[in-house]
Design a protein around this ligand. Sequence first.
Ligand code: ADP
Ligand code: MG
Length: 141
Amino acid sequence: MSNKTLAIIKPEAVEKGYSGKIIAMYIEAGFKIKAMNMTHLTKPSAEGFYAVHRERPFFNELVAYMTSGPCIPIVLEKENAVEDYRKLIGATDPAKADEGTVRKLFAVDIQHNAVHGSDSDENALKEIAHFFSSDELLNNY
Ligand code: ADP
Ligand code: MG
């Protein structure tokens, strides 16, 4: 059964011009793009998106970073999407990410780590709903 995950190309990766290369890696790995947008998150929107991390010491920095410039949220679909996408992007800290992963190739450090990925099917649906209405999802191909 195919399922969905939410990717975000984060502000520093957009700014550096890596978006095209990163999207090409998603497509080459077999993911279908079901929705995509370019947006500049407001502070309340970023705080809401990362609400699960609000008690973490890096929360304020994370919100400042994610509101620092445009980002590109993308809904990806594939069998086993959540797990396969997290394998494709590599560990949160690029120093620990496997060779050839998106974060190994494009991330700067544990905070500026190029891309987001959902961590479960349940959270993927919540995160997708943060950025896209149901009629923005391409369900017909
Ligand atoms: P992931 O994005 O791999 O699911 P987390 O959900 O743990 O990682 O963290 C969310 C985001 O918060 C990370 O992608 C990264 O941008 C930032 N972050 C995580 N850990 C740290 C840290 N120790 N210091 C600074 N920023 C961090
Ligand atoms: Mg996470």
